[in-house]
Design a protein. Structure first.
Length: 288
């Protein structure tokens, strides 16, 4: 099958052509400006290739309910030009093919479940920690949806006693995203994370917040593997710190074979940053 993929981000739109086996044949990137500017470019790209279906993983919030009148819409996004824009319908109308639709982080989770290190796992979590924090949840082999989609980046966390930073989330302040996203690091220290690579206190605190969030997810969702991606997690020194603190916070309460080896339980992505695009190819296949 020849399939199309659109990883729709707040900064850039990644369009790709591939197949159901996860082979990516063509890829192009467009800046995310306005629908009036960006959509014609993307539609033109996909029209040049005889794709049988398209899969979209989009920034959100998004309406994922197939029976909703606004299914396929980006809803209350701060990118106001895209607010309430039905991106799925726009492509379905223009291309006249099936269109699969989900959030960008769910697409990444699906990519890892289909082609990466969550393959053959029924229950897993993909977390992206970058400009924002998003959580894609695979439960019993399916992506978890509900009245909207899981907003796991906004669970409330207890502020560390040594941290005076109020948080960068305009809604919650002390949510996971407000305390541990890339903008939170920059807001707290006045520098981007890449400029603070060798400052150990930055990553000790970051690991503490991430570990607290992971413990909540472990206790509620009982995942068999947790994948941590996104720009912040390019600081690979975080992984051993997160594993150590996660074990400390769990404090032996849960004993499973997965938790006996945190090195293979809390892991980085396995698909060379292609997990989102590959997940979109899978969404396209499912739409067919």
């Amino acid at each position: 099958m020849i399939l199309g993929a659109l990883e729709a981000g707040g900064t850039k739109m990644v369009c790709a052509i591939g197949d159901e086996h996860g082979t990516i044949r063509h890829r192009i990137t467009f800046p995310t400006t306005t629908p009036e500017q960006t959509m014609p470019q993307m539609i033109d790209f996909f029209k040049k290739h005889p794709i049988e279906a398209l899969g979209i993983g989009t920034f959100g919030p998004a309406d994922l309910n197939p029976v909703s009148e606004t299914y396929g819409s980006i809803t209350t996004t701060p990118k106001l030009a895209w607010a309430n824009y039905n991106i799925r319908s726009a492509f379905a109308d223009a291309l006249q093919i099936p269109v699969g639709f989900d959030t960008d982080v769910n697409a990444a989770a699906l990519g890892e479940a289909s082609f990466g290190c969550m393959k053959n796992i029924q229950n897993g979590i993909y977390i992206t920690i970058g400009t924002g924090i998003g959580v894609g949840i695979l439960t019993e082999g399916k992506l978890l949806h509900g009245m909207l989609h899981p907003e796991g980046g906004h669970i409330l966390l207890e502020r560390h006693p040594s941290d005076s930073y109020t948080g960068c989330c305009p809604y919650h302040n002390t949510c996971f995203e407000g305390l541990a996203s890339g903008p939170a690091i920059e807001g707290r220290y006045g520098k981007k994370g890449v400029e603070l690579k060798d400052v150990s206190e930055v990553w000790e605190l970051e690991a503490d917040y991430i570990a607290k969030a992971l413990v909540n997810y472990i206790l509620i969702l009982s995942p068999e593997r947790i994948i941590l991606g996104g720009g912040v997690m390019h600081q690979e020194q975080l992984f051993p710190l997160i594993r150590k603190k996660t074990a400390e916070y769990l404090n032996g309460y849960i004993k499973t074979k997965e938790l006996e080896n945190l090195d293979s339980y809390i892991v980085p992505p396995s698909l060379n940053d292609n997990q989102g695009v590959l997940g979109c190819l899978k969404l396209a296949q499912q739409a067919v």
